[in-house]
Design a protein around this ligand. Structure first.
Ligand code: ATP
Ligand code: MG
Length: 258
Protein backbone atom coordinates (compact mmCIF):
# COMPACT_ATOMS: atom_id res chain seq x y z
CA UNK A 1 0.00 0.00 0.00
CA UNK A 2 1.21 3.44 -0.82
CA UNK A 3 0.11 4.77 2.55
CA UNK A 4 2.97 3.00 4.37
CA UNK A 5 5.20 5.67 2.90
CA UNK A 6 3.40 8.29 4.89
CA UNK A 7 3.22 6.45 8.18
CA UNK A 8 6.96 5.75 7.92
CA UNK A 9 7.70 9.16 6.54
CA UNK A 10 7.46 11.23 9.72
CA UNK A 11 7.46 14.92 8.96
CA UNK A 12 5.88 16.04 5.71
CA UNK A 13 8.10 17.78 3.19
CA UNK A 14 5.38 20.37 2.67
CA UNK A 15 2.34 21.38 4.64
CA UNK A 16 0.12 24.13 3.27
CA UNK A 17 -2.35 25.06 5.98
CA UNK A 18 -5.58 26.95 5.52
CA UNK A 19 -4.36 28.85 2.48
CA UNK A 20 -6.47 31.73 1.17
CA UNK A 21 -6.04 34.12 -1.72
CA UNK A 22 -8.60 36.30 -3.46
CA UNK A 23 -8.38 38.37 -6.62
CA UNK A 24 -10.87 41.19 -6.41
CA UNK A 25 -14.01 39.42 -5.24
CA UNK A 26 -12.94 35.95 -6.43
CA UNK A 27 -11.83 33.54 -3.72
CA UNK A 28 -9.43 31.66 -5.97
CA UNK A 29 -8.19 29.55 -3.05
CA UNK A 30 -10.41 29.39 0.00
CA UNK A 31 -9.07 27.75 3.20
CA UNK A 32 -7.23 24.91 1.48
CA UNK A 33 -4.83 22.57 3.29
CA UNK A 34 -2.68 20.00 1.51
CA UNK A 35 0.52 18.15 2.35
CA UNK A 36 3.24 16.17 0.65
CA UNK A 37 5.69 13.53 1.91
CA UNK A 38 9.14 12.60 0.58
CA UNK A 39 8.95 10.23 -2.38
CA UNK A 40 5.26 10.89 -2.75
CA UNK A 41 3.25 12.20 -5.70
CA UNK A 42 0.12 14.13 -4.76
CA UNK A 43 -2.24 14.90 -7.63
CA UNK A 44 -4.26 18.09 -7.70
CA UNK A 45 -7.47 17.66 -9.62
CA UNK A 46 -10.35 19.96 -10.46
CA UNK A 47 -12.13 21.76 -13.25
CA UNK A 48 -10.74 24.79 -15.07
CA UNK A 49 -10.59 27.66 -12.62
CA UNK A 50 -10.83 25.40 -9.53
CA UNK A 51 -7.74 27.06 -8.05
CA UNK A 52 -5.08 24.39 -8.60
CA UNK A 53 -2.46 26.60 -10.24
CA UNK A 54 -3.15 29.43 -7.82
CA UNK A 55 -2.67 27.14 -4.80
CA UNK A 56 0.63 25.93 -6.14
CA UNK A 57 1.78 29.43 -7.06
CA UNK A 58 1.70 30.32 -3.38
CA UNK A 59 4.20 27.52 -2.82
CA UNK A 60 6.39 28.52 -5.77
CA UNK A 61 6.44 32.16 -4.64
CA UNK A 62 4.60 33.50 -7.68
CA UNK A 63 1.69 34.66 -5.49
CA UNK A 64 1.61 35.70 -1.86
CA UNK A 65 -1.17 34.21 0.23
CA UNK A 66 -3.70 36.46 1.95
CA UNK A 67 -3.61 34.05 4.88
CA UNK A 68 -2.49 30.55 5.80
CA UNK A 69 0.92 29.10 6.45
CA UNK A 70 3.44 26.90 4.70
CA UNK A 71 5.69 24.49 6.57
CA UNK A 72 8.70 22.90 4.91
CA UNK A 73 10.13 19.90 6.78
CA UNK A 74 7.99 20.89 9.74
CA UNK A 75 9.24 24.46 9.96
CA UNK A 76 7.36 27.57 9.02
CA UNK A 77 8.62 28.85 5.68
CA UNK A 78 8.70 32.43 4.49
CA UNK A 79 8.07 32.35 0.73
CA UNK A 80 7.66 35.83 -0.72
CA UNK A 81 9.01 35.23 -4.22
CA UNK A 82 10.37 32.49 -6.50
CA UNK A 83 13.88 33.00 -5.17
CA UNK A 84 12.69 32.22 -1.64
CA UNK A 85 10.97 29.10 -2.95
CA UNK A 86 14.19 27.95 -4.58
CA UNK A 87 16.04 28.41 -1.31
CA UNK A 88 13.70 25.72 0.07
CA UNK A 89 14.54 23.48 -2.92
CA UNK A 90 11.13 24.01 -4.47
CA UNK A 91 11.21 23.92 -8.27
CA UNK A 92 8.28 24.43 -10.59
CA UNK A 93 7.56 23.21 -14.06
CA UNK A 94 4.79 25.49 -15.25
CA UNK A 95 1.76 24.68 -17.33
CA UNK A 96 3.26 26.69 -20.15
CA UNK A 97 6.75 25.23 -20.15
CA UNK A 98 9.13 28.08 -19.58
CA UNK A 99 11.77 27.05 -22.09
CA UNK A 100 13.54 29.41 -24.47
CA UNK A 101 12.68 27.92 -27.86
CA UNK A 102 15.70 29.22 -29.71
CA UNK A 103 18.23 27.86 -27.22
CA UNK A 104 19.53 24.30 -26.94
CA UNK A 105 18.90 21.91 -24.05
CA UNK A 106 22.03 22.87 -22.11
CA UNK A 107 21.33 26.60 -22.36
CA UNK A 108 17.79 25.97 -21.18
CA UNK A 109 18.95 23.81 -18.33
CA UNK A 110 21.13 26.63 -17.03
CA UNK A 111 18.95 29.55 -18.13
CA UNK A 112 19.45 32.35 -15.60
CA UNK A 113 21.92 30.22 -13.64
CA UNK A 114 24.68 29.86 -16.25
CA UNK A 115 27.98 28.22 -15.40
CA UNK A 116 30.90 30.57 -15.91
CA UNK A 117 34.64 30.13 -16.41
CA UNK A 118 37.04 31.55 -13.81
CA UNK A 119 37.25 34.63 -16.04
CA UNK A 120 33.48 35.09 -15.94
CA UNK A 121 32.58 33.88 -19.43
CA UNK A 122 29.61 31.59 -19.97
CA UNK A 123 31.08 28.10 -19.97
CA UNK A 124 29.20 26.34 -22.79
CA UNK A 125 31.34 23.21 -22.62
CA UNK A 126 30.81 22.73 -18.92
CA UNK A 127 27.07 23.29 -19.31
CA UNK A 128 26.83 20.75 -22.09
CA UNK A 129 28.89 18.22 -20.13
CA UNK A 130 26.66 18.67 -17.06
CA UNK A 131 23.55 18.41 -19.24
CA UNK A 132 24.76 15.15 -20.72
CA UNK A 133 25.43 13.79 -17.23
CA UNK A 134 22.00 14.58 -15.88
CA UNK A 135 20.23 13.42 -19.04
CA UNK A 136 22.15 10.15 -18.96
CA UNK A 137 20.57 9.62 -15.56
CA UNK A 138 17.06 10.82 -16.32
CA UNK A 139 16.46 10.07 -19.97
CA UNK A 140 19.32 8.06 -21.52
CA UNK A 141 17.67 8.12 -24.95
CA UNK A 142 17.91 11.89 -25.12
CA UNK A 143 20.37 12.87 -27.85
CA UNK A 144 19.30 16.28 -29.04
CA UNK A 145 21.83 18.42 -27.21
CA UNK A 146 22.75 20.66 -30.12
CA UNK A 147 19.30 21.55 -31.46
CA UNK A 148 17.19 24.45 -30.25
CA UNK A 149 14.46 23.06 -27.99
CA UNK A 150 11.82 24.18 -30.49
CA UNK A 151 12.93 21.10 -32.45
CA UNK A 152 12.15 18.78 -29.53
CA UNK A 153 9.00 16.77 -28.94
CA UNK A 154 6.72 17.60 -26.03
CA UNK A 155 8.13 14.75 -23.98
CA UNK A 156 11.70 15.74 -24.71
CA UNK A 157 10.91 19.29 -23.66
CA UNK A 158 9.44 17.94 -20.44
CA UNK A 159 12.61 16.01 -19.76
CA UNK A 160 14.69 19.18 -20.23
CA UNK A 161 12.45 21.01 -17.78
CA UNK A 162 12.61 18.15 -15.29
CA UNK A 163 16.39 17.88 -15.68
CA UNK A 164 16.64 21.57 -14.96
CA UNK A 165 14.73 21.20 -11.71
CA UNK A 166 16.63 18.13 -10.62
CA UNK A 167 20.02 19.60 -11.45
CA UNK A 168 19.27 22.47 -9.12
CA UNK A 169 18.48 20.08 -6.32
CA UNK A 170 14.71 20.10 -6.27
CA UNK A 171 13.37 18.28 -3.22
CA UNK A 172 9.87 19.54 -3.88
CA UNK A 173 8.74 19.54 -7.47
CA UNK A 174 5.62 21.17 -8.78
CA UNK A 175 4.42 19.95 -12.15
CA UNK A 176 1.49 21.76 -13.71
CA UNK A 177 -0.10 19.54 -16.39
CA UNK A 178 3.10 17.67 -17.30
CA UNK A 179 1.40 15.28 -19.68
CA UNK A 180 -1.11 17.64 -21.30
CA UNK A 181 -0.59 17.65 -25.06
CA UNK A 182 1.66 14.59 -24.94
CA UNK A 183 1.07 11.40 -26.88
CA UNK A 184 0.95 8.00 -25.12
CA UNK A 185 4.63 7.27 -25.71
CA UNK A 186 5.71 10.65 -24.36
CA UNK A 187 3.38 10.37 -21.39
CA UNK A 188 5.05 7.05 -20.64
CA UNK A 189 8.43 8.75 -20.73
CA UNK A 190 7.32 11.43 -18.29
CA UNK A 191 5.77 8.80 -16.06
CA UNK A 192 9.09 6.92 -15.95
CA UNK A 193 10.85 10.15 -15.04
CA UNK A 194 8.39 10.69 -12.22
CA UNK A 195 9.02 7.18 -10.86
CA UNK A 196 12.71 7.93 -10.81
CA UNK A 197 12.26 11.21 -8.97
CA UNK A 198 10.06 9.45 -6.40
CA UNK A 199 12.75 6.85 -5.86
CA UNK A 200 15.17 9.66 -5.10
CA UNK A 201 12.84 10.89 -2.37
CA UNK A 202 11.62 13.95 -4.20
CA UNK A 203 8.04 14.97 -3.42
CA UNK A 204 5.87 16.00 -6.34
CA UNK A 205 2.67 18.01 -6.60
CA UNK A 206 1.20 17.06 -9.94
CA UNK A 207 -1.63 19.11 -11.37
CA UNK A 208 -3.65 17.25 -13.94
CA UNK A 209 -7.01 17.07 -15.63
CA UNK A 210 -6.46 13.45 -16.49
CA UNK A 211 -7.94 11.12 -13.89
CA UNK A 212 -6.15 8.13 -15.39
CA UNK A 213 -2.80 9.85 -15.16
CA UNK A 214 -3.53 10.70 -11.55
CA UNK A 215 -4.57 7.14 -10.71
CA UNK A 216 -1.44 5.82 -12.36
CA UNK A 217 1.15 8.34 -11.21
CA UNK A 218 -0.06 9.59 -7.83
CA UNK A 219 -0.15 8.19 -4.32
CA UNK A 220 -2.84 10.59 -3.16
CA UNK A 221 -5.11 13.05 -4.87
CA UNK A 222 -6.53 16.32 -3.58
CA UNK A 223 -9.57 17.58 -5.43
CA UNK A 224 -10.51 21.25 -5.62
CA UNK A 225 -13.75 22.88 -6.69
CA UNK A 226 -14.49 26.62 -6.79
CA UNK A 227 -11.41 27.42 -4.73
CA UNK A 228 -12.25 24.93 -1.98
CA UNK A 229 -10.76 21.56 -1.15
CA UNK A 230 -13.30 18.79 -1.73
CA UNK A 231 -11.03 16.24 -0.10
CA UNK A 232 -7.83 14.24 -0.25
CA UNK A 233 -7.90 10.51 -0.93
CA UNK A 234 -5.49 7.61 -1.33
CA UNK A 235 -5.67 6.63 -4.99
CA UNK A 236 -5.72 2.96 -3.96
CA UNK A 237 -8.99 3.58 -2.15
CA UNK A 238 -10.91 5.19 -5.01
CA UNK A 239 -12.15 4.46 -8.51
CA UNK A 240 -12.11 6.87 -11.43
CA UNK A 241 -15.84 7.38 -10.86
CA UNK A 242 -15.16 8.41 -7.25
CA UNK A 243 -12.67 11.00 -8.44
CA UNK A 244 -15.04 12.19 -11.14
CA UNK A 245 -17.83 12.74 -8.66
CA UNK A 246 -15.45 14.64 -6.39
CA UNK A 247 -14.52 16.89 -9.29
CA UNK A 248 -18.04 17.37 -10.64
CA UNK A 249 -20.28 17.16 -7.58
CA UNK A 250 -17.74 18.27 -5.00
CA UNK A 251 -18.50 15.23 -2.81
CA UNK A 252 -16.14 12.70 -1.31
CA UNK A 253 -16.98 8.99 -1.87
CA UNK A 254 -19.71 8.00 0.58
CA UNK A 255 -20.89 11.54 1.14
CA UNK A 256 -24.57 11.98 0.45
CA UNK A 257 -25.45 13.78 -2.75
CA UNK A 258 -26.99 17.18 -2.18
N1 ATP B 1 -3.67 36.72 -11.40
C1 ATP B 1 -4.99 36.56 -11.31
N2 ATP B 1 -5.83 37.62 -11.32
C2 ATP B 1 -7.16 37.46 -11.21
N3 ATP B 1 -7.76 36.25 -11.11
C3 ATP B 1 -6.99 35.16 -11.10
C4 ATP B 1 -5.56 35.25 -11.21
N4 ATP B 1 -5.05 33.99 -11.17
C5 ATP B 1 -6.11 33.17 -11.07
N5 ATP B 1 -7.26 33.87 -11.02
C6 ATP B 1 -8.61 33.30 -10.88
O1 ATP B 1 -8.54 32.35 -9.84
C7 ATP B 1 -9.35 31.21 -10.17
C8 ATP B 1 -8.50 29.97 -10.12
O2 ATP B 1 -7.61 29.95 -11.23
P1 ATP B 1 -6.49 28.85 -11.42
O3 ATP B 1 -5.63 29.31 -12.54
O4 ATP B 1 -5.84 28.58 -10.13
O5 ATP B 1 -7.36 27.59 -11.84
P2 ATP B 1 -6.86 26.14 -12.26
O6 ATP B 1 -7.54 25.19 -11.35
O7 ATP B 1 -5.39 26.10 -12.33
O8 ATP B 1 -7.51 26.01 -13.71
P3 ATP B 1 -6.95 25.30 -15.07
O9 ATP B 1 -7.30 23.87 -14.91
O10 ATP B 1 -7.75 25.95 -16.14
O11 ATP B 1 -5.49 25.56 -15.18
C9 ATP B 1 -9.98 31.51 -11.52
O12 ATP B 1 -11.25 32.03 -11.28
C10 ATP B 1 -9.05 32.54 -12.12
O13 ATP B 1 -9.73 33.35 -13.02
MG1 MG C 1 -4.04 25.80 -13.93
Amino acid sequence: MTSTKRTNGGTPLVEMRDMCIAFGGVHAVDHVSVDLYPGEVVGLLGHNGAGKSTLIKMLSGAYQADSGEILINGEKADIQNPRDARSYNIETIYQTLALADNLDAASNLFLGRELVTPLGFVDEDAMEAESRKIMARLNPNFQKFAEPVSALSGGQRQSVAIARAVYFDARILIMDEPTAALGPHETQMVSELIQQLKAEGIGIFLISHDIHDVLELCDRASVMKNGKLVGTVDVDDVTDDDLLSMIILGKKPGEAAA
